[in-house]
Design a protein around this ligand. Structure first.
Ligand code: NAI
Ligand code: MG
Length: 334
């Protein structure tokens, strides 16, 4: 097995080594190739996603990505390396499960999966200004092909993993040409899966229900930006963003990537929660390398660590342990 490891920026450099340690503990025949991406890479090399990194990802077929710091203002020549990597590799669906974990903030019974289209929508990066910088314009792209493949994958996944309901989330009432296309194509695909219940919600209503009653959701199928936002909301019910894994998938490619970002507010202190990164690796084992027992071993070890009260400061600050101590506890449970 080969894995291209991209730590990226900030806490990516702390949680990714932890996840690699845990992965090595369950898989012996693992070849790791490291590659660079992110804002620091951009500052050093003038590019946020170097060609060698894309080649590394393609050669390995499996990637573990930490996080990249993307500034909230225009920087000439900079683009988000993870958005670009997903598009370049055609990792067209981002699977974001949120499941109850034994920590105080988590909601018992929550077990949902957000499937986020990963290659288009507002994230195509077609943005410019007009009117001497006083008008900002971004293009939202929705295509039949990209919608159909993410919808089909969602229903296949629902079927395989015994989920009963798919909720299609959009804003087709305001955007009938773009979100309307997403909705129409998703509903067409739904017809091939009559045994799975299909419903739909407008994104604002979906956000309301996510806060009010997360147990109402099973699998959520949505476009890129709504999926980004709704999955972060859902992550709060799983115990917090530091616990939320994800896997971006395409034909012959998978990117394990925690949902969270580079967390500059805590970076460099050795206190970041490595759970999201560790559980992302478990997703890679389960979905890509088809080693569900090993994935389960990791999930069980994380669960046991949390259950006995091992927690980093984001979970609760009293008697918090460090990233390294948490990782050692997971390793000891393995
Ligand atoms: P963030 O996810 O980095 O942090 C949000 C809050 O959650 C912060 O208070 C942070 O300390 C906390 N947090 C996140 N992960 C944690 C962990 N593992 N352990 C403990 N606490 C954790 O989101 P934010 O602050 O909005 O963005 C910071 C930077 O990250 C930005 O430059 C943004 O562009 C980038 N980002 C990158 C992503 C990626 O590369 N996949 C995804 C999201 C944001
Ligand atoms: Mg996000």
């Amino acid at each position: 097995m080969k894995l291209c490891v991209i730590e990226g920026d900030g806490i990516g450099r702390e949680v990714i080594p932890a996840a690699v340690e845990v992965l090595r503990a369950v898989v012996s025949d693992l070849t790791i190739v490291t590659a660079e991406a992110g804002f620091e890479t951009f500052e050093q090399q003038g590019i946020s996603l170097p060609e060698e990194t894309v080649e590394c990802a393609l050669a390995c077929g499996a990637v573990l990505f930490g996080a990249a710091s993307s500034p909230s203002y225009p920087v000439e020549g900079y683009y988000s390396p993870i958005v670009k990597l997903r598009r370049t590799l055609n990792a067209f669906a981002n699977l974001r499960p949120v499941r109850y974990l034994p920590v105080p903030a988590a909601r018992p019974g929550v077990d949902l999966l957000v499937v986020r289209e990963n290659t288009e929508d507002l994230y195509v990066g077609h943005e410019h200004t007009e009117n001497e910088g006083q008008t900002g314009i971004a293009e939202k792209v929705i295509t039949r092909d990209a919608t159909e493949r993410v919808a089909r994958l969602s229903y296949e996944l629902a079927q395989r993993t015994h989920r009963e309901k798919v909720t299609i989330v959009h804003k087709a009432n305001v955007l009938p040409q773009s979100d309307g296309l997403f909705r129409r194509v998703a509903l067409e695909v739904a017809q091939d899966y009559p045994q799975i219940l299909t419903d739909e919600l407008l994104i604002d209503t979906a956000a309301y229900w996510m806060v009010k009653d997360p147990l109402r959701f099973d699998l959520i199928l949505t476009s890129n930006m709504y999926g980004d936002i709704l999955s972060d909301m859902a992550a709060a019910w799983g115990g917090g963003i530091g616990l939320a894994p994800s896997l971006s998938v395409g034909a012959n490619i998978a990117i394990a990537e925690p949902m969270h970002g580079s967390a500059p507010d805590i970076a460099g202190q050795g206190i970041a929660n490595p759970t999201a990164a560790i559980l992302s690796v478990a997703m890679l084992l389960r979905h890509t390398w088809l080693l569900p027992e090993k994935a389960q071993q990791i999930q069980d070890a994380v669960y046991a660590t949390l259950e006995e009260g091992g927690h980093t400061a984001d979970i609760y600050s009293e008697s918090a342990i460090s990233t390294q101590q948490f990782t050692e506890s997971v390793l000891s449970h393995l």
